[in-house]
Design a protein around this ligand. Structure first.
Ligand code: H2B
Length: 117
């Protein structure tokens, strides 16, 4: 359930609206939609200057995920990170408004590290 305080329910994003919404949020081309059988997710690959910076970023993502009660799938090796966002509570894995919101927030974290380079 999104937002453990306000308990706002997820709103599924129709596939037909995804690219427009991603574009309006400025998430293209860095984020893309992964479609496999019945499931959809937002995916993003990123890398950082070193291990320490990578985990600073991952901790920000983790804290935000915990606060919003919405958790990405994260795969990381040294300074590389693969993020996958989907709403498991919607038919086992579909993209909701919270996935878009979290992707936007994660993108702002990534940009913070770009500015510091
Ligand atoms: C009970 C708990 O809030 C729910 O299971 C939350 C936890 N985190 C979640 N994270 C994601 N990505 N999707 C969910 O549907 C989801 N549901």
């Amino acid at each position: 359930m999104y937002n453990k305080i306000s308990k706002v329910a997820y709103v599924k994003i129709p596939s037909s609206e995804l690219s427009v919404k991603l574009s309006k949020l400025g998430l293209l081309p860095n984020w893309s939609v992964k479609i496999c059988t019945q499931h959809q997710s937002l995916v993003r690959e990123c890398s950082f200057p070193d291990f320490e910076t990578t985990w600073s970023f991952l901790n920000q993502v983790a804290m935000r995920a915990h606060l919003w009660g919405h958790h990405p799938t994260i795969k990381t090796t040294y300074n590389k990170v693969n993020l996958e966002l989907t709403t498991h509570d919607i038919d086992g894995g579909n993209i909701s408004d919270i996935d878009l919101k979290l992707a936007k927030r994660i993108e702002s974290y990534i940009n913070l590290y770009k500015l510091q380079r």
